[in-house]
Design a protein around this ligand. Sequence first.
Ligand SMILES: *Cc1c(COP(=O)(O)O)cnc(C)c1O
Length: 444
Amino acid sequence: MTSASEQWMARSLKSVWHPCSQMKHHETLPLLAIKSGQGVWLNDQDGNRYFDAISSWWTNLFGHTNPTIGDAIKKQLDTLEHAMLAGCTHEPVVELSERLSELTGGRLGHCFYGSDGASAIEIALKMSFHYWKNTGNPEKQAFICLEHSYHGETIGAMSVTDVAIFRDAYAPLIRNAYLAPSPDPRSGASEDGGKEAALAAADGLEKILKEKSGTVAAVILEPLVQCAAGFIMYHPVYLKRVRELCDRYRVHMIADEIAVGMGRTGSFFACDQADIRPDFLCLSKGITGGYLPLSVVMTTDTIYRAFYDDAVTRGFLHSHSYTGNPLACRAALATLDLFERNDVIARNRRLSSVMTQLLEPIRQHGKVRHFRNKGMLWAFDVEMQEEEVVTFPRRFFQVALRHEVLMRPIGNTVYLMPPYVTTEKEAAWLAERVGMVLQEVIGA
Ligand SMILES: *Cc1c(COP(=O)(O)O)cnc(C)c1O
């Protein structure tokens, strides 16, 4: 007799091509056949539970089957499920745009919508390029991205991504960007919170700008944490310097807050911690609390004005069929309601310091390096032989499931991105389980 989970897994492997996976690995690596979710928990088809310690790829900020978000979608469902956004508008998209704009103090007051993170990046890149063209600078066509950057996996987004595994196989399809040094503090010995590394990286960026700014449209970066490359956390002074450099050399600053926005790093926007405003701010992932695909690029009046004209070709001619979907906008509005109603940023601050204390034994572990934390995000590197790094994430994933935790390390970097609804009791449980998993995978 095979279990219900095994049956669903077998059916899935026949018909579903899973993302970011070598399907052959699933000959031995089980798929988690999920039946339901509730709060921080996911339940499989056999009735086992798993703590979703990575908020389902960083999207489910308020856990699973959250009643506030669910009810908002249900209510919208009986009013208007979808209407095209070209030539039409509707309440949810207007309200969401106004609320998001307010969160930037009106400084990023124009919202352009996409369906997922990568499409937001495409929009920001195209918009920046087109702005320069519309303002008489058609030679500004290039982009600068950072070492270890990740901005998604469509062809344009890959061109500003520096993660070999996502990029190398498709290299001939990709237009090259200039690569500026990462503000990664891990190589430096200094105990200054990474300030020196940040300033050195900014100098590296300036070198490129000095030489190339005449042909550069924008610098794109992930504020405070380079997530997909292994949760590289850096000093906010880097963002301040990039803002200054972008102004001085007349290039746009694109802040990709798809992963770090929506409170993840301890402030609503990660850029808030450097007290700066980018020219473009991209949000997705957590924006609907993990309910529906939605992304948005927010930008300034200056940029908006450069497209405002009688000529059609000077407009921003970009669209996705589901742009501004009302159900997704309602989910996003309910997510913003949760932030306001429950004072989430302040609550997370307390939870973050509790969790960091709970993880102290892990920080002390002999093979753990560079334990780091920003807001509701923790990461550490595990020392191991180079040849172990390839299989480590899969081994860790499997052992973690046996301990009722869903986690997917990136290389030798283990990270936690729990939902904001995690209670202190659940946090204590999770910290203990992560310790057990680590013990089992790499020893004491
Ligand atoms: C996930 C992510 C993206 C891509 O978003 P998708 O919705 O997966 O296309 C882009 N940038 C960053 C920083 C991300 O973490």
